[in-house]
Design a protein around this ligand. Structure first.
Ligand SMILES: [Fe+2]
Length: 349
């Protein structure tokens, strides 16, 4: 009998350890996680996307956001198979090249990436507006909430709604798109929810571009270049994000990496904008006019790159990696960390 007690105790202790280790690991993985952001893989540059997807798998990110201009959707679905096999979710956003002012491209996009906003367990929603489900949407992941805004044509106009301002850049009538102003009530409702510790907002176009001067607040085509257009809408958007502690806006469109601090037109609110690099062979260069509302922080030009965002408890860290440009052929890239900075999930700017 004297031998039984120690054996029983060892067995009990070992069982306790076996039970507790998964709990500790789960707690760690819940507070320590990451996601990736890829921008502008437009055209047939799938070899660059393949290389970036391999990095996302290697870094074991939880999910990937693409801030628009995906390019050929069939190529992309095939390339993203490695993400799916690694359990990495993919959250895309349309860009101008995923729209081209053609209504049929909306259905193609939705078919390629079905049920994004209603995927069970991701806690997301879309604005209650016709045609926008799964194009503008939110989702939550662990401590974060992510809001993706689609400002590209997606509906036919009702009789008499279109006017001469609604022109695509080939001269055709620009189809109906929702503006940031249309989305404000939904954005506020999402930010009000008690389901996240921090939130970030994503769009294809920039608040203020380095090369492109068409921005998130203009109509969808490139001809509108007044970065201060619709100031009341802009001020309301910036103020809303600042009021709810949203500090980062992530975008693409410019085929470069650029981090800067942007003030609202009325100067009362500000946000950090990160243009998330390029997964395309072609690049753009910054060009004037540059806005006085923008304070540059960091820039990386003419290289292919991607962004990682790491969350560890109450701290976050952005890491931007890039390589010499791929060109038209696959190659073995050497990824370099070219920009990084840390933030607190709950600090305001
Ligand atoms: Fe674009």
């Amino acid at each position: 009998m004297q031998l039984i007690r120690p054996v029983f105790l060892y067995f009990f202790a070992a069982t306790l350890v076996l039970l507790l280790v998964p709990c500790v690991l789960a707690a760690e993985s819940d507070s320590s996680w990451s996601f990736g952001v890829i921008a502008d893989s437009q055209g047939r540059a799938i070899h660059i996307t393949n290389a970036i997807n391999a990095e996302f798998v290697r870094h074991k990110v939880d999910f990937v956001v693409q801030v628009g201009d995906l390019g050929n959707l069939q190529d992309r679905i095939a390339s993203n198979q490695v993400l799916a096999e690694a359990g990495i979710r993919f959250y895309p956003l349309r860009g101008n090249h995923d729209s081209e002012n053609k209504i049929e491209m909306v259905a193609q996009f939705q078919k390629a990436f079905p049920s994004i906003h209603n995927t069970p367990g991701n806690g997301g929603s879309s604005p209650d507006l016709p045609g926008v489900a799964g194009l503008t949407y939110s989702f939550t992941h662990k401590s974060g909430k992510f809001i993706l805004l689609d400002t590209f044509p997606l509906l036919d106009w009702n009789e008499g709604e279109a006017n001469e301002n609604h022109k695509w850049y080939d001269g055709s009538i620009l189809r109906k798109a929702y503006t940031v102003g249309d989305y404000l009530p939904w954005i506020e409702a999402e930010l009000k929810k008690d389901d996240h510790r921090f939130a970030m907002v994503f769009g294809h176009k920039n608040l203020i571009g380095q090369n492109h001067k068409d921005n998130l607040f203009n109509l969808a085509h490139h001809d509108q270049t007044d970065q201060d257009a619709h100031p009341e809408m802009q001020n309301a958007f910036y103020a809303l994000l600042q009021r709810y502690g949203v500090r980062y806006y992530l975008s693409g469109h410019d085929h470069m990496y650029n981090r800067s601090l942007i003030k609202s037109p009325d100067g009362k609110s500000e946000i950090v904008q990160i243009i998330c690099g390029s997964a395309f062979q072609g690049f753009y260069m910054p060009k004037p006019p540059f806005s006085e509302r923008e304070t540059p922080i960091s820039q990386d030009l003419k290289r292919n790159g991607f962004l990682l965002v790491r969350i560890d408890g109450e701290r976050g860290r952005f890491e931007y990696y890039s390589t010499e440009p791929f060109g038209d052929e696959p190659k073995s890239p050497t990824w370099e960390l070219r920009d990084s900075f840390e933030f607190s999930l709950t600090e305001t700017l």
